[in-house]
Design a protein around this ligand. Structure first.
Ligand SMILES: Cc1ncc(COP(=O)(O)O)c(C=O)c1O
Length: 442
């Protein structure tokens, strides 16, 4: 059968409609981006690379960059013509700056691949996190750590500029289960930390501890709060509730800014929980961290920072005069190939394909949990996330080592060991672990 352009367009319209129909309740929303074939992806990336300036064919005399070393990475390897990501790596475009701000002001030589990054940021912000069209900025950061620190940096400067806050009037608020990029950022930015206790079994933030600590901080002169909530913590896959925290600040008229650390959950939870409240539709959320190099299986160096328009300006480095459009990021130079890798993965699956893949991982995780229930083994798990943390009393050290389970602490006696149901985790390995746990349980 001759597959015509019309036929393909009809199919796409059908899948888009199906995806919209999939939304059963009022709160659910449609999320759609098109699946591309390998050929379409190849064409887009090679076109983008062609639009970039070429160190080979053009007179580029002023840039401190060049293509990768030709002895180690020769560019006439025959397979490269079918390998858009590797071709981009070798061409080595530098995506320094933030291109969603004003594409016309970015380094002209890498315009082609920067436009792929702009498309990627729009896709993540508008489809995955339901942002309004063209209302978000963002960039591909080296990782979740930088994206989290970028948020803290922006809000610290925002409170200083817009509220004349002094540094000791601003505090960073996060739970004890949060990633260590929070204390790292607080240390770098000279912010005081308010670390909230969580319930040992449910991993939910203790409301009384939260309210007490905010009250004490206010008595000590803190007026402005940078809050980070987790769309899945590293160890437990627990998801913080937004409203108890936000409502307290609002009812008491306390200025705050809310960042969501979705480094782990950002590419799974929005697909497995159709009623997710972690979107830009929630006016209280200003920014997100998501990490390609976790759930999305992209190369390391693919953290993503997303923020509502109007905030990047608080971290503009005016002294970056040699960079057209200046720099608004922590890292400076960064590889354009990284943005391409994330874009390729999202496009090869399309939104429907990615949803199926994430639901599959959550199903496998639920199957594991059913077995743990049968064995009466205590664990924590959020039903929309693919992490299971098992209480250490059920897991002898030898078993933890045999299966490379990760402990909550390597400094103190572990209380928990976690399993992360990633695509490489085979059912046979899970069955074997369950057998060992059952034998130990006796
Ligand atoms: C919830 C969370 N936030 C942030 C990070 C930091 O990400 P990265 O290691 O990419 O800097 C991690 C890493 O595991 C994480 O799980």
């Amino acid at each position: 059968m001759l597959i015509t352009e019309n036929f393909i367009n009809d199919q796409r319209a059908f899948f888009k409609k199906e995806d919209t129909l999939f939304c059963k309740t009022k709160k659910e929303r449609s999320m759609y981006w098109e699946k591309y074939s390998h050929d379409e992806i190849k064409r887009s990336i090679f076109d983008a690379l062609k639009q970039n300036g070429s160190y080979d064919n053009q007179t580029i005399l002023g840039l401190p960059g060049t293509y990768l070393d030709r002895e180690a990475f020769y560019d006439d390897a025959p397979f490269l013509k079918d390998a858009p990501f590797l071709s981009a790596l070798i061409a080595n475009p530098n995506h320094i700056g933030c291109h969603t701000l004003s594409p016309a002001d970015s380094l002209d030589v890498f315009k082609g691949t920067q436009s792929i990054e702009i498309d990627l940021i729009k896709l993540c912000a508008e489809e995955i996190f339901a942002g309004e069209k063209d209302e978000q900025d963002g960039y591909v950061a080296p990782g979740g750590t930088e994206a989290n620190i970028q948020a803290q940096w922006i809000y610290r400067n925002y409170f200083m500029k817009e509220h004349n806050a002094t540094i000791d009037q601003i505090a960073l608020v996060y739970s004890e289960d949060s990633h260590y990029s929070m204390p790292k950022g607080a240390n770098l930015l000279n912010l005081q930390s308010i670390v909230l206790s969580v319930d040992e079994n449910t991993r939910t933030i203790s409301q009384s501890d939260f309210e007490n600590k905010i009250t004490v901080a206010q008595k000590n002169g803190v007026k402005y709060f940078i809050v980070v909530l987790n769309l899945s913590t590293t160890m437990f896959g627990s998801v913080d509730e937004i409203s108890p925290v936000v409502n307290y600040f609002k009812i008491n008229n306390i200025p705050f800014k809310l960042h969501i650390d979705a480094a782990f959950g950002g590419f799974i939870y929005p697909f497995t929980n159709p009623n997710s409240e972690f979107t830009f539709r929630n006016a209280d959320i200003t920014s997100f961290t998501i990490d390609g190099h976790k759930m999305l299986q992209s190369p390391y160096g693919t953290g993503i920072f997303l923020i509502r328009k109007g905030y990047m300006k608080y971290v503009c480095t005016d002294e970056a005069q040699y960079v057209p459009g200046k720099d608004y990021t922590l890292c400076g130079s960064r590889s354009g190939a990284n943005a391409i890798s994330v874009w390729m993965i999202l496009r090869i699956h399309g939104s429907s394909g990615w949803k199926v893949k994430m639901l599959g991982l959550v199903d496998k995780t639920s199957r594991l949990c059913s077995k743990l229930n049968e064995l009466k083994i205590e664990y924590f798990r959020n039903p929309y996330v693919n992490i299971v943390a098992i209480k250490s009393k059920h897991v002898p050290k030898k078993i933890a080592e045999k299966y490379h389970l990760v402990a909550d602490s390597y400094e103190h006696e572990p209380k928990w060991y976690k399993i992360v149901m990633m695509p490489h985790v085979k059912q046979g390995a899970i069955d074997s672990l369950l057998n060992d746990l059952a034998t130990f349980a006796g």
